[in-house]
Design a binder for this molecule. Sequence first.
Ligand code: SAM
Ligand code: SF4
Length: 360
Amino acid sequence: MRDNHDAIGGDIHWLRAYLSKGGIAASEPDMIDPFGRKITYLRVSVTDRCDFRCIYCMAEEMTFLPKAELLTLEELDRVCSAFIQLGVKKLRLTGGEPLVRRGIMTLFRSLGRHLTTGALEELTLTTNGSQLARYAGDLREAGVRRVNVSLDTLDPVKFTAITRRGQLGVVLDGLSAAKTAGLAVKINTVALRGVNDDEFDRLVSWCGDQGFDLVFIEVMPMGDIGGENRLEQYLPLSMVRARLERHWTLDDTDYRTGGPARYVSVRETGRRIGFITPLTHNFCESCNRVRLTCTGTLYMCLGQEDAADLRTPLRQSEGDEALVAAIGEAIGRKPRGHDFIIDRRHNRPAVARHMSVTGG
Ligand code: SAM
Ligand code: SF4
């Protein structure tokens, strides 16, 4: 394996080419990390705030960032646009809950211009669905074609218990609005032992009826979640799959989205089910993504602490040279992989920051 330092020197030719041209050229070189992976996917957490407090994601009482620390919508647009010009093809806005950020549709509409030029192939979001009834039509108009909606249960009482304050009916109305607006929907379900593990068959059947794909996610040890115990919540997806196979015929597929999910197709419904298993599998070799927080910190790996500050170079000047140089330096430090563990002795998170900070 190449030494990390040498690799940085060898692989940021795209950055040098960029800088020597004094700006964005017509055809940009791609961002390649030290392990030869092309970075084409940026996830941006546009806020750390949320109208829910899901038991695996947040503590009941959360201290959110002071508003002054957040990138403005204009700054978010600038940094996203710089990434797009450097080769990002897919952009996902997430959070926190992206649709509770004030003025967020302005950002969606503005980023939609990159779809029109063809520089960006996909603009999408991950949402808890609470605001979808209001925004589905606007999202479609801005160029969004697919949404990921998190839904862990179809039981209204359990829904409020898991989210600590959400209403299932509101999310279901949001999902109807998404369908009416012509948005394809993927449901994200976190598999929680003793909480929703009696509902997996029902979710598969319901998604089949609705025409939604379904992705099961293993609980990841990120951030302090107060009194809840992640060891108790943890349910390996190998067990979820084995249980589903009692009632459904699951055919392995080659379908990949460039992300960590492995997909099967359900013969009885014709829909896909994905499994995201960061704890039991290593998917890092095909990782094409980086994550930006709402304060402008770039995480090169979901499971590592190393990060780069993009807010300072962003605010340093109106031109993008310093920003692009900082992005290049950061991509040159993208680690080979992560090392998630739920620490059984201490039962504490392997990564201290919350998923709502980095964006799921
Ligand atoms: N609020 C939006 C939502 O819930 O879809 C977007 C942000 S949320 C952090 C993104 C995804 O991360 C959701 O599907 C959520 O279920 C998942 N998530 C949050 N905390 C998690 C954890 N500790 N382990 C696994 N998935 C988690
Ligand atoms: Fe909010 Fe999403 Fe976290 Fe639930 S998973 S608390 S909806 S950010």
